[in-house]
Design a protein. Structure first.
Lengths: 435, 297, 293
């Protein structure tokens, strides 16, 4: 008797599992509410939207959503917001349970993981006005030729620098340095500012800088589902930063480990111990608040004989859930957040520089000082940036951690550069092959 | 006779009914589910694909698996004895009716009250950081400071310390156990002139042994499953030195969505914990004294 | 005569050394206590600092005292305030306490006192269920609760506790019940009590310390729990305190540490009161009740 009930429960459970994953996954139940004109639903529809952030973002977004409800009385929007802690873990669980929100905030680093599992809706299959969004921005959201994600804001990684600290170290700032010059001034900063201060954090472990470095060499971090560079390129990259640490221009291994696992508040630029930080341009404002000093963006160093490596990317983005019951309405909301001028007036540049040229134009006159800096930097960068294929293969997040782990072994002097590069290449390849 | 046996079985199962229902409804299904998943490649959100023993073969070849085993055993072996010793010592000191004792008890429980909140993590890194209190003390004693939470040699010990520092729940359980020891036993032995220390070893320890056993088993299981402290303070780093087992399988399951592999990892862990627990139960008959059973386990 | 003259001085010396021992004990307890509460002090003082000073300055005391963090933290969420989260947490933690106490004491009585077929095997199963990493069980459980349509409600957080889903407490009670002398039940049986009456009248009252322990821990651990609440609750109106606290943290941007610390301090108060109020009941174990007769 007991055994039978045991088997029953087990079978029930497994069938539920199968039903969740097999049966429904490729056949999203499309909205029963047939659309009237302009995608407007004929009957009441409820949408769920999920994002992470803090108070200001919650306030602004909820306000914008209220406006959306006014404009679309038949759509009720249920906001679900949270902190960043556990955000993607929860989304992973929801996706596996088949009840993720209709529209959710994401980033390009996570996109391919979700897209590869069939969790994202092809935005090409719904009505979405992208007339004012340039091609490069649109391409950021492509996964295997389909638009799976739309950036909420344009963003680019570069250095945020503290000019006052450079001045204190007696360095007259140029607009941009070569890698060699950067090593020199960094060493000078370390020496002039004394113990505990460093010219730059150790970015041996930073995938953004590594991407940039490979692009300078005419390569890329990923080429489809494989690494886009050779071991020798990686050895060069490791060697540069290894020398930086050994010369004292970059901090000790412990300091690097402690800073990279700590809060934004512990970054050396905030504590006044380094004039440099790798930062997304959309974070400049919050960084200035933290440091309580004026900061500015600076382009990454150039490589002698190399190409331009800078690229424009997306920070926070939106995706629609593949199994959303109301994909049309979700697209309507996404369209509203992207193109609506009234919405833009509320949201400002909270999620980065808006992707619609029209919206940017309308906002130009009312920008705050810090947003103006952000806009100007993106403008400046778009003059030189070269096209970027942000497509991250499945396993990219694991490889990001692999980079941190491998470089820690160099930093703590457990293994040499050559060995570390070998280890990285073989492990990364194993991950990419789905091992 | 048969009727009486039936009656006593029936009675027992009536008491067990809620638990059995819960077991069948909420626990056994998911448990079997995860067992099934451990034989599949299951990336959260896509369909599970049967791969047989592949996950277990992968575990054997997985270098980080061994790192996590090492970190976990270190944690268990260091934190459990220290935590239990501290909890027992303080509980014995607290087990008296002096003034303000309630306040003391509460104060000693405070660290456990804060639990695994972010505030604790921030504070811990601060204390064991570059400019932290701990470095001040070390330098005062003529030692060489470091960033303890970011040093691969020491990071795991700061996690152990965090666990030991939160000994409150074990202390409370010891206290409750001490309260259960009849006072007349001490009174009669006091007349015999037994010293406090003799009393402790001859009365307190044997009568407390069921509770000591409980704490030992539960703290060991808990230590094998430890997740929060490592997750919030060091995230497993540096160099995977604090990558305890639960953290590693969490990373595989949630960060990389390889739930099949993570399930396989967790069944390996379950087997190891079960082995330890079984060993504890086997040895318990030599040292655990049950009042109700005349000294036999 | 000489004996009576001798004894007062001896007792006073005894009293003297006792006093010394007592004050030494107090001194040691206070010193260790300071180490124990240091984090709370740090957190509380940080909650009165401005955001930018929490990490930047090394001093324990705020440069300027501000109550801003409390005001901002309390009302910081659109259309909600922290009071809602407190109320929600009380509902969840309160019901979990009831569920754990009822189900754990029933189950533990069977395991600790009654003889029945399959006891060893079932006890083993119960132990096994404790050894599974919660994170792994979570996915299948989520699918199950999803089928039951329980997501975004408190049911997944509460209902299992009424069905003994916390083996920790079952095992705890089992150990306590096994520590009680059997003569008690035998006497009760002779007095004509059936097994249910024995449970209610004899065993349960003697297990007060264990019951109180179960209640306190259930409350505090549910109050602190983050992951299950994160996974099952979607709607901010239903958020609990521990979810609310995370609303101030943005891993990729600026976090409102001040507000987070301020609300963390407030969130400790209920657990603190519960513990302070309940701890004196440990004292009323069988040591002071009717064991001697």
């Amino acid at each position: 008797m007991k055994r039978i009930s045991l088997i029953l429960v087990g079978a029930l459970f497994l069938s539920a599992l199968a039903a969740c994953n097999g049966g429904k996954s490729n056949e999203p139940a499309r909205s029963g509410a047939s659309s009237g004109q302009g995608g407007e639903p004929a009957e009441q529809v409820e949408l769920r939207i999920l994002w992470w952030g803090t108070q200001d973002r919650h306030d602004l977004t909820v306000k914008a959503l209220e406006l959306f409800e006014q404009k679309h009385p038949n759509i009720k929007v249920k906001p679900e917001f949270s902190g960043f802690d556990g955000y993607f873990d929860k989304l992973n669980v929801q996706v596996s349970g088949g009840n993720a929100p209709d529209l959710f905030q994401t980033t390009y680093q996570f996109m391919s993981d979700f897209a590869s599992r069939g969790s994202l809706l092809d935005l090409g299959s719904v009505e979405l006005n992208l007339a004012d969004v340039d091609q490069g921005t649109r391409d950021i959201g492509l996964y295997e030729g389909k638009l799976m994600m739309l950036p909420a804001g344009i963003n680019a990684s570069a250095f945020a620098i503290d000019p006052a600290l450079y001045e204190k170290a007696g360095i007259a700032l140029k607009d941009r340095y070569t890698w060699e010059e950067f090593a020199e001034i960094s060493k000078q900063v370390s020496e002039k500012l004394g113990k505990g201060s460093y010219g730059t954090p150790d970015y041996m472990n930073n995938s953004d800088i590594l991407t940039y470095f490979m692009r300078q060499k005419g390569k890329s971090l990923y080429d489809g589902n494989a690494l886009g560079f050779e071991k020798q390129d990686l050895v060069e990259f490791f060697a540069y930063w290894d020398a930086m640490r050994k010369s004292g221009a970059a901090p000790t291994a412990e300091m690097t480990a402690s800073v990279s696992s700590g809060e934004l508040e512990k970054q050396l630029i905030v504590t006044g111990n380094s004039p440099v930080l790798v930062l997304g341009s959309n974070q400049l404002g919050s960084m200035e608040t933290l440091t309580n000093r004026k900061l500015q963006m600076m382009l990454w160093p150039t490589m002698a004989g190399g190409q331009e490596g800078h690229y424009i990317s997306a920070g926070i983005s939106w995706s629609i859930y593949a199994r959303s019951e109301h994909p049309k309405e979700a697209a309507l909301l996404l369209d509203f957040l992207t193109n609506d001028l009234d919405a833009a007036a509320i949201l400002g540049a909270n999620r980065g520089v808006p992707i619609s040229a029209k919206v940017r134009e309308a906002m130009a006159s009312s920008l705050s000082e810090i947003d103006r800096k952000q806009f100007a930097f993106i403008d400046e960068l778009s003059q030189i940036a070269t096209p970027f294929n942000p497509n991250q293969p499945v396993g990219a997040s694991e490889i990001r951690n692999l980079l941190i782990n491998t470089t820690q072994q160099i930093q703590f002097e457990k293994i040499g550069i050559e060995e570390a590069a070998d280890e990285f290449m073989s492990k990364a390849n194993a991950i990419l092959q789905g091992k | 006779m048969g009727n009486r046996a039936f009656r006593s079985n029936l009675n027992a199962y009536l008491f067990l009914l809620p638990w059995i229902v819960g077991l069948l409804l909420f626990v056994l299904g998911p448990l079997l589910g995860s067992l099934y998943l451990s034989f599949t490649q299951y990336n959260l959100g896509s369909a599970a694909r049967w791969v047989g023993l592949q996950n277990f073969r992968d575990i054997i070849a997985d270098g980080r698996f061994y790192l996590s085993v090492k970190a976990t055993f270190l944690f268990v072996l260091v934190s459990v004895p220290l935590k239990l010793a501290a909890a027992l010592l303080i509980a014995v000191l607290m087990n008296r009716n002096v003034r303000l004792i309630g306040l003391y008890r509460t104060v000693y429980y405070l660290p456990s009250l804060i639990g695994g909140s972010v505030a604790v993590a921030v504070m811990w890194r601060q204390i064991f950081g570059d400019q932290g209190v701990f470095n001040r003390i070390v330098e005062l004693l003529g030692g060489q400071g470091t960033i303890w939470t970011a040093n691969p040699r020491y990071a795991i010990y700061t996690i152990c310390l965090l666990a030991v520092w939160q000994f409150g729940s074990s202390m409370v359980i010891f206290l409750a156990g001490l309260k259960q020891i009849p006072e007349y036993l001490y009174e009669s032995s006091g007349i015999d002139g037994a010293s406090k220390i003799r009393q402790f070893f001859h009365i307190t320890l044997p009568l407390l042994s069921p509770v000591i056993f409980f704490n030992l088993v539960m703290q060991t299981i808990g230590a094998f499953l430890m997740f929060t402290q490592a997750y919030i303070v060091t995230k497993g780093g540096p160099m995977d030195s604090t990558l305890v087992y639960a953290l590693y399988l969490y990373e595989q399951g949630f960060s990389y969505a390889k739930m099949g592999y993570a399930s396989a990892l967790s069944w390996v862990l379950l087997a190891v914990i079960a082995l330890f627990t079984f060993a504890f139960f086997k040895t318990s008959k030599f040292w655990v004294y049950y009042e109700s059973e005349g000294g036999k386990a | 005569m000489s004996v009576s003259a001798h004894s007062p001085s001896r007792t006073s010396r005894l009293r003297h050394s006792r006093l010394l021992r007592h004050s030494l004990l107090h001194l040691a307890l206070v010193a260790c206590g300071l180490v124990m509460v240091y984090p709370l002090i740090w957190m509380t003082l940080s909650s009165f600092k401005e955001d930018s000073h929490i990490f930047a300055s090394l001093s324990l005391l705020p440069q300027t005292w501000t109550l801003d963090n409390y005001a901002k933290g309390w009302t910081g969420i659109p259309k909600l305030n922290f009071g809602v989260f407190f109320a929600n947490s009380f509902v969840v933690a309160g019901l979990v306490v009831v569920g754990n106490v009822v189900s754990a004491s029933l189950t533990a009585f069977a395991f600790g006192r009654l003889e029945f077929k399959g006891k060893g095997a079932l006890f083993g199963v119960m132990l096994i269920t404790m050894m599974m990493p919660a994170q792994i069980i979570l996915i299948p459980q989520y699918l199950l609760f999803n089928e039951l349509d329980w997501i975004n409600s408190y049911l997944p957080l509460i209902v299992p506790h009424f069905f003994g889903s916390a083996p920790f407490f079952i095992f705890l009670m089992v150990q306590f019940i096994r520590g009680l002398p059997r003569e008690l039940d035998e006497a009760a049986t002779i007095d004509g009590c059936n097994v249910f009456q024995t449970f209610c009248r004899i065993i349960l009252p003697l297990c007060v310390p264990a019951v109180i322990t179960t209640a306190i821990f259930s409350f505090i651990w549910t109050w602190d729990d983050f992951f299950a609440q994160l996974i099952y609750i979607n709607d901010p109106v239903k958020f609990t305190v521990s979810l609310g606290l995370r609303l101030f943290l943005d891993g990729s941007g600026t976090s409102q540490w001040g507000a987070m610390f301020a609300m963390s301090v407030l969130s400790l108060i209920p657990s603190f009161i519960v513990f302070l109020a309940a701890q004196k009941h440990f004292v009323q174990g069988i040591a002071t009740t009717g064991m001697k007769n």
